[in-house]
Design a protein around this ligand. Structure first.
Ligand SMILES: Cc1cc2nc3c(=O)[nH]c(=O)nc-3n(C[C@H](O)[C@H](O)[C@H](O)COP(=O)(O)O)c2cc1C
Length: 373
């Protein structure tokens, strides 16, 4: 039944800025089709490549040693350095595939990976490198995010987005959210702008890798220069869209916006963000709301945090079962990230930019509603 099949598909995200990713970790390639990009936006391969290079494996000794070059090819929708309003297709061919690394997991389900659930759902699975569940799928998201990052400043001249590692395991960084810049984030391989914390995080990851184990942590993201008015109540509230975007990323376990779970330990008198006039605009004196109230941006910084779990594939021997339902043990081999966070920073930024771009277009489509454009 084709209609039912269509209803099941989960490979497209967004309403007006529509992003469809395709590909598996070890197939011919991976990529994205972006529909709804406005015409006349300047974009070149190098701008997309820069973002992909931030996501790429093998960037430092702290990440997986897979050596993917991840060269992007823009197949359509861009001509003479400008978007044409037609679908943009971007392809990255897979190069460093070593299916032999995955022979054992062809039979054994990796604890806390997607092997068992993919097989339970589809009755068949591509066991090479995690197939569609692999974080390689996020190549397409990062490419689409690079395009979204070009559109947003065309709408909002002060737009800026920065994500960074805020915590690895129990090491918590001290970061001034309101002043942090991308160059501060990119100063070290961890992508944590607190240099002292980054050093400790790097040695922890090295130690954990040596022990054949893994760790997780928290990425924080801040978007500046978004005016009041973005978000579509009730089901497409801005924070609901950001939460879905973030929790659709592999290895994510939690999302909180603004004060998040801390709000549960505060009183209304402490938590409310009082309104005040500043620079001729309605502003809030504090920002526990994280820049979103009633599902709509209020013109303040939008900030949120995403929890990532420790990488599932580890060299530690663990209990598991085989595809033929026999109890067994697995100590995984192959090249895995002992901590996914440094590479997840550009992915979080990309998904946030995609959500904001989609909602910017939705707000434009509605016309000059409200006074806050
Ligand atoms: C940047 C990045 C790199 C990742 N690398 C690995 C990896 O090397 N090994 C692994 O087991 N999981 C890795 N993951 C996570 C898995 O893809 C993910 O845990 C798996 O698909 C199961 O999905 P779930 O954790 O969302 O339930 C990575 C995730 C991200 C964001």
């Amino acid at each position: 039944m084709p209609v039912l099949q269509y209803a099941q598909m989960g490979n497209t995200f967004g309403r007006l800025f529509r992003v469809t990713t395709f590909g598996e970790s070890h197939g011919g390639g991976i990529g994205v089709v972006i529909d709804g990009c406005p015409p006349n936006i300047d974009i070149c391969d190098a701008e997309i490549q820069r973002e992909l290079d931030r996501r790429r494996p093998g960037q430092s000794k702290l990440t997986t040693q897979r050596k993917e070059e991840d060269r992007c090819e823009i197949l359509s929708g861009v001509f003479e350095g400008k978007t044409h309003g037609t679908p943009i297709a971007i392809l990255v061919r897979n190069k460093d595939a070593r299916p032999e690394d995955y022979v054992e997991i062809a039979r054994k389900f990796r604890p806390s990976h997607a092997d068992f659930t993919y097989e339970a759902k589809y009755g068949i699975r591509n066991w090479q490198g995690g197939g569609r569940a692999s974080a390689r799928e996020t190549v397409g998201r990062v490419a689409a995010g690079a395009v979204a990052k070009k559109i947003l400043p065309a709408f909002y001249s002060e737009f800026e987005i920065v994500a960074y590692v805020a915590q690895i395991h129990e090491i918590i960084a001290k970061i001034n959210r309101s002043t942090v810049k991308m160059r501060d984030v990119e100063q070290n391989a961890i992508r944590c702008p607190d240099a002292a914390a980054a050093k400790k995080m790097a040695s922890l990851i090295e130690q954990i890798r040596g022990e054949g184990d893994s760790v997780g942590g928290v990425i924080e993201c801040v978007a500046r220069g978004i005016p009041a008015g973005l978000g579509e109540p009730v089901f497409d509230k801005l924070e609901a869209e950001l939460a879905k975007a973030m929790l659709s990323l592999p290895a994510t376990k939690g999302f909180e916006i603004g004060s998040g779970f801390t709000a549960t330990r505060m009183r209304g008198s402490e938590h409310n963000d009082p309104f005040e006039m500043r620079g001729g605009k309605i502003r809030t004196a504090t920002n526990n709301s994280g820049g979103v109230q009633g599902g709509i941006s209020n013109g303040e910084e939008i900030y949120f945090r995403v929890a990532f779990k420790p990488t599932a594939t580890i060299a530690h021997e663990q209990k598991t079962v085989t595809a033929s339902r026999e109890q067994t043990k697995l100590a995984a081999h192959g090249r895995h990230d002992p901590c996914v966070l440094p590479r997840a920073v550009p992915i979080v930024e990309a998904m946030a930019a995609i959500v904001l771009c989609d909602h910017a277009l939705r707000q434009k489509a509605i016309g000059l509603r409200g006074r806050w454009k």
